[in-house]
Write a protein of this length. Structure first.
Lengths: 162, 162
C-alpha cells in the first residue's frame, strides 16, 4: 500500500512538473508577444501624433473654413491618441507586468518541486532499506521499529513541504 | 489700364504659384505620414495575429473551462484584427492613393502656370513695343493697328489657357 501511494505521488509530481513547464513556456511566449503588441501600439500613437502636428501646420496655411475643419479633425484625432496612450499604459501594467511576474513564480514552484522530489527519493530509499532489513532479519524488532519511525518522520516532512 | 490689369494678373499668378507650392509641400508630408501610419497599423495587426495564434496554442494545453474562455477571447481578438485589416485597406485606398495622386496634379498645375507665365511675358513685351512705336511715330496707323491685333490674339490665347 505504501509503495502504491508512492507511485501515485510519483505520477502527481510528474503532472505538476509538466504543468509548470507548460506555463513557463506559454506564459513566456505570451509575455513577449504582448510586450511587442504594446510597443507597436506605442509606435502607432507616435506616428499619429506626427500626423496631428502636420495637419495643424497645414491648417494654418489654409482658408478659414478649411482651417477650422482641419483643426477639428486634428483635435479629435489627438483625443484618439490619448486613448491609445491609456491603452499602452494599461496593457503594460495589467498584462505585461503580471505575465513577467510569472517568471519568478515558476522558478519558485520549480524549487518547491525539487525539494519535494528530494524528500520523496530519500523516503523511497529508506523504504527499500526497511524491507531489506525485514527480510534479512525478521525478528530484529529494534532496527525495524527505528526505521519505521524515521520513515514516518520523513512522511511528516513531506506532508509539511506539500 | 492695360498695365494695371497686367500687374493684377501678375499678383494672381504669384498667389497661384504659392498655393501650388504650399499644397505640394504639405500634401507630400501628409502622404508620407499617412503611409507610415498605415504601415504601423499593419504591423500592429500582424503582432495581434501572432498573439491570437499563441493564445489558441496555449488554450489547447489547458483545462476545458479555461480553454473555452481563452478560445473565446482569441476569437474576439481575431475579429478586431479583421477590422484593423479593413482600416488598413480603406486608408490605403481612400487616403494614401488620393494624396499620392496630388503629386501628378501639382505637376500639371505647375506646367499650366509656366505656360501662362510665358504667355504673359510675351504679352508684356509686345505691349512695351506697341507703346514705344506709338510714341516714336504717332501717325503710323498701319504698324500700330497690326501690333494691337497681335496683342489681342495674345490675350485670347491667355484666356483660353486660364
Amino acid at each position: 500500500m505504501l509503495r502504491r501511494s508512492l507511485e501515485n505521488r510519483d505520477a502527481q509530481t510528474r503532472q505538476l512538473q509538466d504543468a509548470v513547464t507548460n506555463v513557463e513556456k506559454h506564459f513566456g511566449e505570451l509575455c513577449q508577444i504582448f510586450a511587442a503588441y504594446v510597443r507597436k501600439t506605442a509606435r502607432l500613437r507616435d506616428k499619429a501624433d506626427l500626423l496631428v502636428n502636420e495637419i495643424n501646420v497645414y491648417a494654418c496655411t489654409e482658408t478659414p473654413n478649411l482651417k477650422q475643419g482641419l483643426k477639428n479633425f486634428a483635435e479629435e484625432f489627438a483625443k484618439l491618441q490619448d486613448y491609445r496612450q491609456a491603452e499602452v499604459e494599461r496593457l503594460e501594467a495589467k498584462v505585461v507586468e503580471p505575465l513577467k511576474a510569472y517568471g519568478t513564480i515558476v522558478k519558485m514552484k520549480r524549487d518547491d518541486l525539487k525539494a519535494t522530489l528530494t524528500a520523496r527519493n530519500r523516503e523511497a530509499k529508506q523504504l527499500t532499506q526497511l524491507e531489506r532489513t525485514r527480510q534479512r532479519n525478521p525478528s530484529d524488532r529494534h532496527v525495524i521499529v527505528s526505521f519505521d519511525f524515521s520513515l514516518k518522520k520523513c512522511f511528516v516532512r513531506y506532508a509539511v513541504q506539500k
